[in-house]
Design a protein. Sequence first.
Length: 135
Amino acid sequence: MKEIIAVIRMNKVSATKKALVEVGVAGFTAIKVMGRGRLVEDLSIIAERRKTLLALSKEDDPKTEKMVVQFLDGTRLFPRRLFTILAHDEDVAKIVDTIIQVNRTDNKVGDGKIFVLPVIDAIRVRTGETGDSAV
């Protein structure tokens, strides 16, 4: 038995939920979280992103400039969704592949993270079932 934790972009939540149901995931929990990943160190990507983000604003706005700088220097946290899924060992690869397919973009950064952890036991509160039958 494994726990799959996936941190994804907010705009991918609906597609992720739908895909998980389609591959047979019995249940999952989704929580709003704030966070950020590893900083981009490639100066050319940073310069390109800064230019693109500033071009999206309508005018020279100090607030927009500040937000872009915070985005690029690592001081700003971003809204994300954290999915927690309990899965039988034989279903883990299928679930992880599904999450990757739905959430991968061409942005080169920020597509999310997936963690797979062992679960010692699970207990269904209503029936008292334990182990795999509780999942």
